[in-house]
Design a protein around this ligand. Sequence first.
Ligand code: GCB
Length: 599
Amino acid sequence: MKRLLSTLILAAASATIAAAQPSPQISNVLNRTTTSLNGDWNYIVDVQEEGYYDYRMNPTEWGFFLNAKPQKPEDLIEYDFDKAATMKIPSDWNTKDDRLFFYEGTVWFKKSFQYHKTAAKRQFLYFGAANYESIVYLNGKILGRHEGGFTPFNFEVTDLLKDGENFVIVKIDNKRKKENVPTQIFDWWNYGGITRDVMIVETEDTYIENYKFTLDKADYNRIYFDLNLDKATQGIAVELQIPELKIKQTLTTDALGKASVTLKTKKLQLWSPENPKLYRVTLKLGENVLEDEIGFRSVETKGKKILLNGKEIFLCGISMHEEKFNGGGRANSLDDAKALLKEVKELGCNFVRLAHYPHNEYTVREAERQGILVWSEIPVYWTIDWTNPKTLDNAKSQLADMIRRDQNRANVIIWSIANETPHGDDRERFLSALATHARSLDSTRLISMAMEVTSASNFHNRLQDNMNKYVDIISFNQYIGWYRDVNDAAKMTWEIPYDKPVIISEFGGGAKYGHHGAKNQRWTEEFQENLYKENTAMLDKIDGLSGTTPWILKDFRSPRRVLDGIQDYYNRKGLLSDKGEKKKAWYVLKAWYDGKKSK
Ligand code: GCB
């Protein structure tokens, strides 16, 4: 009975927790004053949510987050973070502890750290991402809750952070739920944990929260610049410099704490895959200098063409998941980004689809440095809970957080709002709201989504999707030769009745590296090779084809892929094995892309 009562009180406690939101996202954290909290964190696996439950106490005030210690020999406390195992953060727990390989549930993490506080500064506790629900505490007090596994969040801790010893505790829960984004079923590993960097970000009392550079599409020597402070303070001066362009301008904020200016340049070198030129930019507010590297380019569509800097471009792309080679789990570092993008480059790509969720900032920035264009997407995947207003709010926040983080990256040209969503009115209401939201946050990039094909007959494919009017690019996934009509791509005809560019956001099939046989034998490299030959020949006939991102760069872990001896919990549609070995189809795609570039 006592336990039931406590459970009821606990439900009330969770409702309070739900209300505490992170503070607005601070952009460009990689170039701010930060203290890393990466490294060893103690963790406790909490299968039955005991961490909130203590039958002697009021659970609104008691739980693992207090990091309590016995004060007297007779005190009973049934957890001890300091005796618990440690895990290197950032990481996913699935590949770091054998017991947690398939685990979905709660794990509590604790890190003790020293901090030296500087007078008059503010501090924020920042997480690059944690999957899926995070409830964060500092020194035994709740900071708030964040939902979504792939976007950054930060809490202001200026008052709670001590000069000296501190401890942060995070409860992470990666249970899949119908109302989540993504929802219960998806084809990738549900890696749990604090999967990206954790740090304390230090700012001035008033600081630049975000800013945006936009190149004028009609005049490549005109740049629009906007910034906003963290608060609505009028009359704050910010000096903007781009030394290489001899630009030095002082802006003064208005009553909303915002400022804008139009910059005129001469002989601006535009960013492009061939010349990924970045300019060093500084923003000075008082004594504080914030730096960034900025590229300038324009992207737009004209009829069925995609224009980059006014010139038509074919996007030789590849899809990829954020996953390390050799079964290493979630990719989370600059080195991981370099390893994956090296393979993207070697394949001859100028474009990558970062599927199916926002990847880490290192990847987007490294791709920008290497001249790789990016399609960035949120995990609105398959059968989302379309009619649930909370699900829509959640998807909108993930979209906004993705855009805010990467709005200055010249290589990001497409925001994708969904992947393979079954048609219907509820879905249309939901997705059109997302498209409108994306445009209101960033009108300078292209909006797309990976649609599904509805075929009129077996050999005639007609794309019919009411979402066509909301997007700039018509993209769709098609699996001819794999899920449909084995090896008959040559006979297919296509009808895409919209005057917009077309991207095939997925095609492909599975093969186990080193498994050989006839071209009609499933899972062999020869089968996949033939599928790529037939598909590329078929795609060449599509009117308005502006790019492709085949599925997928490398084999990736998925709980749906259970065929023993072949899949072994890997989706085998990679052109590379999980270890990075090239399958035969790799050479087909490479040759096709080489041909596109020599035209
Ligand atoms: C798709 C999904 C992708 C899957 C892929 C497959 O259409 O977008 O996430 O992994 O098919 O392998 O079936």
